[in-house]
Design a protein around this ligand. Structure first.
Ligand code: FES
Ligand code: FE
Length: 410
């Protein structure tokens, strides 16, 4: 049977719910989930404006009054470091008639002056001045909309929600994982954005499963054991944990993957081994940079963290990766990769940028290609979602989580 066929203007409300109800358990999502503008709008409401997002590492705005603008679908958020060191996230939408207040992508500013009628805002969002307004105009009621912000182990998280999901389990697990790798003292070595001609879910689904790693990622598969079925890598994983333990470190793992129905943000952290003799995620397995955090040697392992639906983290003892998935439109998205190194490490002395970024650049180039291949395939009216393979359990979990999220208004 073909996937339920719905015209674009009939997919609102009930029709989306019917499509969710028609989902075949254990299978992939039907075509409209990857193409339909109304489902995309619902994704924005119930996934992106409900959940927390990791937007950056705080080392990108190190000095007082530094700022950077982050874009997600139609939203723009100015992330600023106030003179007192605190980090704020404010919407880049003037409270007068809605113009973009900040027109630069990044910089250093104590105030943002709207280019339209020159209302000016402090970098915490407070309205400082509004020309020629009546005497009873209240500046304090017209600050830029502030979003909720958390900074944990150097990572900046924002939430668009009025009442954000409880973040405590996420915080605890980030301390137990990224904290051991010293991410709070890390710095950004490199960032790269990949525009992807596909709905954001195709990109995330691809990220969370490694069934494709063998055929699609020959380079990654030479060093990382994740693509093998779990029973085949148990011995490698046990040896990794023994080495970690011998270093006097306990890196946390834990599965708090749950829907937001209970009011909590979700996080899953798991560890897996590199092949024997491989130190880190590099071309040949040899070290890439100065060790980080509590690590005094390599443990031959990787810690992988899935968080809140769009934020993914990868920790090696000598570098880290932040993977961000950003919706751009019903059939376009962006993947941003951020490479972290020890905050004391210097390019040229302690790491070579081309070597540092090689593996995940090659891997992400390959991922972009296969995600776009898939996007072109699922646009076919004859696409019928197939069964999810045992090695794609994380994808199945993600799909079930997603369907639950978009089925609930709150
Ligand atoms: Fe910003 Fe008028 S729209 S001052
Ligand atoms: Fe991949």
């Amino acid at each position: 049977m073909l996937a339920p066929e719905l015209s674009q203007d009939s997919t609102k409300g009930d029709c989306i719910d019917q499509l969710i109800a028609a989902h075949k358990p254990g299978h992939g999502l039907a075509r409209p989930f990857y193409t339909d503008p109304d489902i995309y709008e619902r994704d924005l409401e119930r996934v992106f404006r409900r959940h927390w997002h990791c937007v950056a590492h705080e080392s990108v705005i190190p000095k007082p009054n530094d700022f950077e603008v982050f874009k997600m679908a139609s939203e723009q958020v100015i992330v600023t470091r106030h003179a007192d060191g605190t980090i704020h996230a404010i919407l880049n939408v003037c409270r007068h008639r809605g113009a973009e207040v900040c027109t630069r992508d990044k910089g250093n500013a104590r105030v943002f002056v709207c280019p339209y009628h020159a209302w000016s805002y402090g970098n915490d969002g407070s309205l400082k001045a509004a020309r020629l307004m009546p005497k009873d105009f209240k500046r304090e009621d017209h600050g830029l909309k502030a979003l909720h912000v958390r900074v944990v182990e150097g990572l900046i998280f924002i939430s668009f929600a009025e009442n954000p999901l409880d973040f405590s389990e996420v915080e605890n697990l980030l301390h137990a994982t990224c904290g051991q790798y010293g991410w709070g003292q890390a710095k950004v070595a490199h960032r790269r954005s990949y525009p992807v001609d596909a709905n954001w879910k195709l990109a995330v689904e691809n990220y969370v499963e490694c069934y494709h790693c063998g055929p699609a990622h020959p380079e990654y598969s030479q060093t990382h054991a994740l693509e093998q079925p779990l029973h085949m890598i148990e011995a490698l994983n046990a040896a990794m944990e023994e080495r970690t333990c011998a270093l006097g470190i306990e890196v946390g793992c834990g599965d708090h993957w749950q829907t937001s129905a209970n009011g909590k943000e979700t996080i899953h952290a798991f560890r897996y081994a590199l092949y024997d003799g491989v130190k880190t995620g590099s071309q040949d397995g040899s070290p890439l940079s100065t060790l980080m955090g509590r690590f005094t040697d390599f443990d031959g392992g990787v810690t992988s963290i899935h968080l809140g639906g769009t934020s993914f983290l990868v920790c090696y003892p000598d570098h880290g990766m932040i993977y961000r998935f950003i919706p751009k439109g019903p059939e376009t998205c962006e993947m941003e990769l951020i490479w972290l190194v020890n905050g004391e490490a210097e390019e040229g002395r302690d790491y070579d940028l081309a070597r540092l970024t090689w593996l995940w650049t090659v891997t992400t180039d390959e991922d972009k290609a296969i995600i776009e291949h898939t996007s072109r395939g699922v646009r076919s009216h004859y696409f019928v979602p197939g069964p999810i393979a045992p090695m794609e359990q994380n994808e199945l979990r993600y799909i079930n989580w997603y369907l639950d999220e978009i089925s609930r208004a709150s």
